[in-house]
Write a protein that binds this ligand. Sequence first.
Ligand SMILES: *[C@@H]1O[C@H](CO)[C@@H](O)[C@H](O)[C@H]1NC(C)=O
Ligand SMILES: *[C@@H]1O[C@H](CO)[C@@H](O)[C@H](O)[C@H]1NC(C)=O
Length: 226
Amino acid sequence: MSLRSTGSVLVVFLWSLTVVLVQGDWGVTYSTQSICVLKGSTVEMSCSYTFPSGTVTSTFWFTKYVADGNPVNLSDDPDYRRRVKYRSDKKNSHTLIITDLRESDSTVYKFRVITDQTGVSYTGHLGVTLTVTGLQVEVSGTESKTLTCRTTCPLTGNPTYIWYKNGQQIDESSSPQYKDSVYSNREDSYSCSVKGHEDLNSPTMCECLFNTSCLRTVKSIISLLS
Ligand SMILES: *[C@@H]1O[C@H](CO)[C@@H](O)[C@H](O)[C@H]1NC(C)=O
Ligand SMILES: *[C@@H]1O[C@H](CO)[C@@H](O)[C@H](O)[C@H]1NC(C)=O
């Protein structure tokens, strides 16, 4: 073991010792460790907390620290302006709601509790890891096509995938793959969505050669995205 890594093991050890000594009865329990959701949708993350004494004066969620080392209240973070809501309907528990999710919201969300005893606050360091994904259709095969509705992470909550061919719904399935055994033209277009979020479709995928109407669709999608 190099001197450098021995040093960091020692630092980690001392740090955990401090946590145990100073924060006896503090605790934050998150209802889940990680969530994978669709871009454009809404997510809720919950936690419950315990504290040793005093009265809780403030609680908040955060993802970043400012230069002085203090965490930034998510409801004051300009990246989340008008997209964050807090709810504390049960005693000593708290829910964060983020609407209109963006891929850039993918990060770890942590909860902090502040009590009326000066300087006493606690952060639940495990946090909830959020991953925000879009949908992308992958088409393979020539006459009979295998379609895959791709996400960058496995979607939370056993989603049902909905398939569309030329704008018409053709199937609903718990599998992100669909085999189109009906003979298809190279101009056929496919897209997928997830039940309950039908408005958040994947961009339409088709083989556009010689199909000007399809080319126009792709061009308008590209201009929307850029
Ligand atoms: C964080 O924001 C919430 C909602 O705006 C507020 O109730 C809470 O007091 C804030 N906490 C701190 C420490 O700024
Ligand atoms: C061309 O593509 C469009 C859009 O995907 C589709 O609706 C249309 O049926 C296609 N045209 C032909 C001739 O297949």
